[in-house]
Design a protein around this ligand. Structure first.
Ligand code: AHM
Ligand code: MG
Length: 348
């Protein structure tokens, strides 16, 4: 008598978004922005899958504003993401890891959301067909910024662009929505609009994201750590002591396990499901670590908190940090509450 769910009863991302809109959780404009992001992710997923065939592996030959080699797919994915957002007609400003400065979108029909994104994170994995991902965050429109904005390619910091920088530089606690799409053995779209975390899997048969996990909860603790330990000698002593403690078998006889892909989305996704901690600390060479506050640390911290976990720079909540510049880097420690708190005690 109990109503069993028919195997033909799929809840797609599109339907889920409409339900959120009907329930008043998000407005119609945000629904459109989120579906255009999901469209960009589907396109990038197919580009990533076919990269070796369509000659999209390797470097572009350019270096981005942060001095990193751009991969061909970094550039293409950035274009795909920007175009989808622009054509949604609901974004006022977009800021990408791959662009020097935030760009005002010409014809914004309405909505004017501010979208920050890293179109293809972990792209050093591409040529080996290892997991990568896209990360995004969405902030409220800021009318003041849009009042007299200059449309340009972002090459000069005119007053319009400066205003854009100001309105993009919001703390993560202002985020309305955040998510990522992981391009791995499955393509998984993980999203929060501030009411829990939902995971959707791309069904290759239908070409649609289908809801596969509701209200994702990260385990309170977990014995997996995910750090680039090659940097150990560059870390400060407190962090070294923490790392050593994880390798101590203790009374249980079992030390922590190490898992590191070198792709934040993949490493984070595993941490979200299995519990544990992901870390990218500061070191002697990189004073603020490697990961970007706006495109990487803040969206992931919003997601982890919505799943009952914690995101910290070792001392403070990531979501409380007020960015001073758009490509700002911060140390990141993220994952199960108990694991992040344990690390914070070592660093205190
Ligand atoms: P990217 O945005 O240039 O791809 O760099 C970010 C990536 C993360 O995905 C990953 O966690 C980290 O860099 C790995 O860095 P490292 O190779 O120093 O361990
Ligand atoms: Mg990145």
């Amino acid at each position: 008598k109990s109503a069993t769910k028919s195997s033909y009863e799929l809840l797609t991302l599109t339907t889920w978004l409409l339900k959120q809109e009907q329930a008043g959780v998000i407005d119609a404009e945000l629904t459109i922005v989120l579906s255009s992001i999901s469209m960009a992710c589907k396109q990038i997923a197919s580009l990533v899958q076919r990269a070796g065939i369509s000659n999209l592996t390797g470097v572009q030959g350019a270096v981005n504003v942060q001095g990193e080699d751009q991969k061909k797919l970094d550039v293409v994915s950035n274009e795909v993401f920007s175009n989808c957002l622009k054509s949604s007609g609901r974004t006022g400003i977009i800021a990408s890891e791959e662009e020097d400065v935030p760009v005002a979108v010409e014809e914004s029909y309405s909505g004017n959301y501010i979208v920050v994104f890293d179109p293809l994170d972990g792209s050093s994995n591409i040529d080996a067909a290892v997991s990568t991902g896209s990360i995004f965050g969405i902030y409220s429109p800021n009318d003041e910024c849009l009042a007299d904005i200059d449309i340009d390619d972002g090459s000069t910091l005119d007053s319009g662009t400066q205003k854009c920088v100001v309105s993009v530089c919001q703390p993560g606690s202002n985020l309305l929505a955040a998510g990522y799409c992981m391009y791995s053995s499955s393509v998984i779209f993980v999203l929060t609009v501030g009411k829990g975390v939902y995971a959707f899997t791309l069904d290759p048969m239908y070409g649609e994201f289908v809801l596969t996990t509701e209200k994702v909860q990260i385990p309170k603790a977990g014995k997996i750590y995910s750090f680039n330990e090659g940097n150990y000698q560059l870390w400060d002593d407190k962090l070294k002591q923490y790392m050593d403690s994880l390798k101590d078998p203790g009374p249980s006889g079992k030390p922590y396990s190490a898992r590191y892909i070198g792709s934040l989305v993949g490493d984070f996704h595993r941490t979200l499901l299995y519990g544990g901690i992901y870390g990218y600390p500061r070191d002697k060479k990189s004073k603020n670590g490697k990961l970007r506050l706006l495109y990487e640390c803040a969206p992931m911290s919003f997601i982890v908190e919505q799943a009952g976990g914690k995101g910290s720079d070792g001392h403070h909540r990531i979501l409380d940090i007020q960015p001073q510049e758009i490509h700002q880097r911060v140390p990141l420690f993220i994952g199960s509450v108990e694991e992040v708190e344990k690390l914070e005690k070592f660093l205190a």
